[in-house]
Design a protein around this ligand. Structure first.
Ligand SMILES: C[S@@+](CC[C@H](N)C(=O)[O-])C[C@H]1O[C@@H](n2cnc3c(N)ncnc32)[C@H](O)[C@@H]1O
Length: 253
């Protein structure tokens, strides 16, 4: 079988992903609201945050799991993580990528994959890996960069088009080459089918970051934004309203 292409594009000294989160408190909090909602009342032995970056969500996951593994293909992200996660016990780091996970079969009972799908134009092999490492009663939480969000639906409609079924490359024409990291938005309905094909079943959906807009963030107080976000995540899930879709997934029986 051909070796998986290395996914270490975040090894880039000119880019520190930690700084990306400056000014994105609303998005960070919106994602944690979603995770809290999906994980409510649950407790896990071993959580793995795949493509977890420098560990932004690993500290949060510690409240739900006895052990957390930050599974990440970029050594630079892990190096930033060493400092970010200093003093936090029970968080391991593994240099690995989603289509070739260095984790044992059925060794994890919670997998989270947040803000990684936009780098996976063809996620099928990764989905098979998630299924392999997930315990039989385990849970996968997958975030999708959603191309079918409400604003895009209007944009496509104005052009007389429907929402594409396939992933859409959102890189500038300058960056559309093999050297640049893939950057795609997905159609959630297609992803749900791809998951089903790998024996994974979606049980819950949330619409997340529903108010992601620099203009809104400037004028609406954050507390108000987050209360609205909380109220919107469930009712807007069915229509895939927001730019980010969270799925709670189990192994199909
Ligand atoms: C936008 S960052 C998100 C990091 C983290 N999940 C978060 O939400 O803070 C995307 C991460 O996905 C990782 N990544 C890219 N391709 C990957 C792959 N094939 N498998 C696993 N991780 C990957 C990158 O190295 C990067 O750390």
């Amino acid at each position: 079988m051909p070796k998986a292409k290395k996914a270490n594009q975040y090894d880039d000294p000119s880019f520190n992903y930690l700084n990306y989160w400056d000014g994105r408190d609303y998005e960070n909090a919106a994602e944690q609201i979603a995770l809290k909602r999906l994980l409510k009342g649950m407790r896990f032995k071993h959580a793995a945050d795949i493509g977890g970056g420098y560990g932004r969500l690993c500290v949060f996951l510690k409240d739900y799991a006895s052990k957390v593994t930050l599974a990440e293909p970029s050594q630079q992200q892990l190096d930033i993580g060493k400092e970010f996660l200093q003093g936090h016990k029970n968080i391991d780091m593994v240099l690995t990528q989603s289509d070739d996970l260095k984790l044992k079969d059925k060794s994890v009972d919670l997998i989270t994959v947040i803000r990684v799908m936009h780098h996976l134009p063809d996620p099928s092999k990764s989905f098979a890996e998630f299924k392999r490492v997930l315990s039989d009663d385990g849970i996968l939480i997958l975030e999708i960069a959603n191309n079918a969000h409400a604003l895009n639906r209007v944009r496509y409609a104005l052009k007389g088009k429907g929402i594409p079924k396939d992933p859409v490359d959102i890189r500038s024409s300058k960056n559309r080459n093999d050297k640049e990291i893939a950057f795609v938005n997905h159609n959630p309905k297609t992803v749900i089918k791809q998951l089903a094909h790998e024996g994974l079943k979606v049980e819950k959906v949330l619409s997340v970051s529903n108010l992601r807009s620099p203009a809104l963030k400037k004028v609406v107080p954050q507390a108000v934004m987050l209360n609205l976000e909380k109220a919107m995540q469930k009712p807007l899930a069915k229509s895939f309203f927001g730019p980010s879709t969270f799925l709670l997934i189990k192994k199909a029986s």
